[in-house]
Design a protein around this ligand. Structure first.
Ligand code: FE2
Length: 333
């Protein structure tokens, strides 16, 4: 088994690479670290590569990179993959920052690029856009969520943070509650791409900046229940849902087995679990998706503690929920 430490970058294909470079630099606030004829490498202002754009006819996320421990011998990593039945290919052209990587496909067909060492991008003096701290997570839709989760845990060393019923999985490879999500659906597709920002004031600044540029929020600001991150969502010019978030649950100590306690948690302690199908998508903020029952406003006496918590404590109903269609009437998480 490998032990992934963090997500590197997501490769996104786009029919209009110039438009997407403009969006990711001017709105999201990434730096254009490198530009080639048919691709562009975008990094955070701190110099960590986050997104690779490639010219393509469809809007997809065909590749995702992950870092293993610095100094790891990729030959030894390849041998471990081979032992797990995976043929990997050594690549040297991933990004300017990643000299060498091993590439292989996960069960849903996404190419994973495993690297151990990387170089920071050149400094960018332009402070523009939202300027996220990092590429936080990517959520994919795929038909066999359980199979993909098993692969990520058994082969890549991910841990399951939470499930929503049996159709939406949240996996961590670090302290962060989730770095990848898998949502059951018939077709493999991007569900959303998320960037971490510093705090609530950066969320507010992001909302103002999006509004100034005529980009509507599609959801939020909210605080989720699963993961407990504060989040806002919008669609980028290619129609991909982009999330900015902060305050995500942190598993500081795997041996303790609970997320760092927070006053807004539903459980004490808050451990990884299967959340009932009826769990509201968010703790506060507009419940804008598919008529999911919202918690009562906090100002209403009966709702301040008991009613909002009831769904969150509901027993898992994974098998019952399996019979339901995942594509209808579902909240996005
Ligand atoms: Fe997300």
């Amino acid at each position: 088994m490998l032990q992934i430490k963090r997500a590197g970058h997501s490769t996104l294909t786009t029919p209009d690479i110039e438009r997407m470079i403009d969006y990711f630099t001017r709105i999201v606030g990434l730096s254009l670290a490198a530009r080639e004829k048919n691709r562009a490498i975008l990094a955070t202002k701190s110099g960590v590569e986050a997104i690779v754009l490639e010219r393509g006819s469809a809007v997809e996320a065909p590749r995702l990179s992950f870092q293993v421990a610095p100094g790891s011998d990729l030959g030894e990593v390849a041998a471990r993959l081979k032992k797990a039945g995976l043929a990997s290919e050594r690549r040297t052209d991933i990004t300017p920052g990643i000299g060498e990587a091993l590439a292989f496909k996960d069960p849903k067909g996404t190419t994973l690029e495993i690297f151990s060492d990387f170089a920071f991008s050149p400094e960018d003096p332009n402070f523009t856009g939202v300027m996220p701290l990092k590429f936080g997570h990517i959520a994919y839709q795929c038909p066999d969520v359980e199979g993909v989760v098993k692969f990520y845990c058994d082969t890549l060393g991910f841990r399951v943070s939470d499930w929503r019923s049996d159709f939406f999985a949240f996996l961590r490879c670090s302290r962060d509650h989730h770095t990848v999500n898998f949502l059951r659906n018939a077709q493999v597709a991007i569900h959303h791409v998320a960037f971490e920002v510093r705090d609530w004031s950066d969320i507010k600044r992001a909302c103002d900046l999006l509004a100034r540029n005529g980009i509507k929020l599609t959801w939020g600001p909210i605080r989720h229940i699963i993961g407990h991150n504060i989040a806002v969502y919008h669609k980028n010019p290619d129609g991909v849902t982009i999330e900015f978030f902060c305050d995500m649950d942190q598993m500081f100590d795997e041996e303790l087995g609970f997320f760092e306690p927070r006053p807004w948690h539903q459980d004490r302690p808050q451990r990884p679990k299967v959340w009932g199908d009826e769990t509201p998508s968010n703790w506060w903020g507009p419940m804008s998706h598919h008529g999911t029952a919202a918690p009562k406003p906090a100002g209403e006496p009966a709702a301040t503690t008991v009613q909002p918590r009831a769904p969150a404590h509901a027993p898992a109903r994974r098998r019952d929920a399996q019979k339901k269609s995942p594509s209808k009437g579902r909240p996005p998480r």
